[in-house]
Design a binder for this molecule. Sequence first.
Ligand code: TRP
Length: 326
Amino acid sequence: MIELSRKQDGSNDTETFARDVAEGLSQYPKTLPSRYFYDAAGSRLFQDIMALPEYYLTRCEFKVLTENRQEIVRHFANDSFFHLIDLGAGDALKTKILLRELDRQQSAFDYVPVDISGDAMRQLSGSLQQEMPAVSVQAVVGEYFPALEWMHENKPERKVVLFLGSNIGNFKQAESIEFLKTVCSYLNSGDKLLMGLDLRKEPGTILSAYNDAAGVTAAFNLNLLRRINSELGGEFDIAQFQHYPIYNPQEGVMRSFLVSKKEQEVYIRDTGRTFHFDAWESIHTENSHKYSMQQVEELSSACGFRIETVFQDEACRFADVLFTVT
Ligand code: TRP
C-alpha cells in the first residue's frame, strides 16, 4: 500500500475543518463544504441512503455495470497491460463487478484503488486477496490528484481510470471541467476514463431521491451540524434546522439546504465565533448535477476526451460513459 502525505501547510484536520466552517458560515448566502458529510455516522447514513427505494442512482449504476460488464471489460483490455485506477474506491462494491469479469478473462492488469481512508484501503486489499487472489492490487491512500501524479511519474503503462457513482455531479460546472482537464493531464493519448453520470429525468423522481419519506437524507444532511458540534465544540440545536432539497429542471441541478427555523445565534468553540441566523436563512450544503447527453459531449470535448461508448439502463436514468483521451 502506498500512502501519500496529505498536507503541506502543517495544519491538522480539525483546524482545517474549523477554518472551512467559519469561512462558509460567514459568507452570504451561507455554505458548508460537502466533503465533511462523511464522518463515521455520515458514511453509515449514506449507506442507508443507497438502500432507499427512492435513491435510484446506486441501483441503476449497479445494473448498468452488471449488464454491460463483458463489453466494458472488452473496451479496457487490449493486448497491453494496464493499470485500473479507481478514484474514491471505498468498498469497491461496484468495481468488483468489473474486477470479477477481468479476473475471469485473465486480463493483464493491476488494480489501483485510491481513497483517503487508509482503513477502507486495508479492508479492500484484504477482501480482494480472499475473493480474487489472482488480481494484483496496489492500493493508494491519498487524494485523487497526488495519486494520479504518482502513477503518471512512476508507471508508464496504459491507464484506465474509474470515477463511478456520479461524483462528478457534486462539482460546480467550472470545477468539473478543471477536474477532468487535470485527470487528462496525467494520462496519455488512448488512455480511458469510465465515469458515472446521473441523467436528467422526471423532476419528481430526482427530488424524491434527495427527500426520502423515511427521512434518512434529512438525517444525513443534519449530521453535518452534529459533526460540527462534536468535533468543533459547536452549539447547534439540530431540532431548529430542517433539511430542504430543491431540483431546478432548467439547470439540471439538485440542491440541498439546511434551513434555520428561527432567528438564532450559534457559537462554535473552535472557530472562536458566534454565527447569526435569520429566521428561514439557509446553509447550502450540496449540488448534484444531472446531465443531458449534449452536456456530456460538451464536457468531454472541453477536457481532452472523446466519448467512446455510453452504457445506460433501459429507462435512461443513469449512464456510465467511457471516454478516451484524444
Ligand atoms: N452527493 C451524493 C449525491 O449527489 C450524495 C447525496 C445523496 C447527498 N443525498 C444527499 C448529499 C443529500 C447531500 C444531501 O447523490
